[in-house]
Design a protein around this ligand. Structure first.
Ligand SMILES: C[S@@+](CC[C@H](N)C(=O)[O-])C[C@H]1O[C@@H](n2cnc3c(N)ncnc32)[C@H](O)[C@@H]1O
Length: 225
């Protein structure tokens, strides 16, 4: 993090926070620790950990839509919608959605990009995602089966950040879209400045909050001569 530079433009909130935001196990949620570890220590993601996480989400998949009392889908649409409305401009091209789960975010992303490649580690989550908005890929975000510099956007909605792979597959003018449905109470959560710090290189960031959630859109910063 030594000589990196960060420009963070924090936009004022437009969509108010409704009462009743769930607080999932406060600061001690185990997945929150894993999120930080894998973002900053690539060796923390092992085949054993990948298998455990895949098993966990396979088991959650059948009831995923009812999580958080069913308020989750609406909250996700609110915060992602705000990111897509105010985080642009967005490049043309296709969007890779890492950790798409059952595809709650995929239709909104498909409205903004030419198509969405929805990718997940869990077969049971992925097979519930829509199959008519691009493609679906069963793969690990730690090692993406994709060409370098090919995606116009990489979207991570409540998803683990594997910084080296995100940076590798993103085209030069591409954007990273980072969304946390419950803001800092999201189990898989990092603040915008930590997402920028974890990604290789320098990034300009625009970020805000909407409803229960928070978002950040990151672009590679122009080189300083
Ligand atoms: C908290 S869920 C979010 C799902 C969806 N984006 C949403 O907000 O409803 C995290 C998702 O990331 C997936 N996931 C976990 N580790 C992954 C990895 N290494 N590569 C790809 N997907 C992963 C899980 O299987 C799960 O579907």
């Amino acid at each position: 993090m030594g000589d990196t530079r960060l420009v963070l433009d924090y936009l004022p909130r437009v969509v108010p926070e409704e009462p009743g935001r769930p607080d999932l196990e406060g600061d001690d949620h185990p997945i929150r620790k894993v999120t930080r570890q894998v973002a900053f220590e690539p060796s923390a993601w092992t085949p054993e950990r990948a298998a455990k996480v895949a098993d966990l989400f396979d088991s959650l998949a059948p009831t995923w839509a009812e999580r958080d009392g069913g308020g989750r889908e609406g909250a996700l649409r609110t915060v992602l919608g705000d990111a897509l409305d105010r985080g642009g401009p967005f490049p043309r091209g296709w969007c890779l959605e890492v950790g798409c789960g059952t595809g709650s975010a995929t239709p909104l992303l498909a409205e903004r990009f030419s198509s969405v490649l929805a990718l997940d580690l869990s077969y049971e989550m992925l097979c519930r995602a829509p199959n008519d908005l691009g493609g679906r890929v069963l793969a690990d975000g730690y090692c993406l089966p994709l060409r370098s510099a090919s995606a116009a956007a990489v979207a991570l909605v409540n998803a683990l950040l594997f910084p080296a792979e995100v940076e590798r597959v993103l085209e030069p003018g591409g954007v990273v879209i980072w969304v946390s449905t419950l803001g800092d109470r999201t189990p898989i959560y990092l603040p915008a400045e930590d997402v920028a710090a974890a990604l290789p290189g320098n990034w300009d960031v625009v970020a805000s909050e909407a409803g229960w959630g928070s978002w950040a859109v990151l672009r590679r910063a122009p080189r300083v001569m």
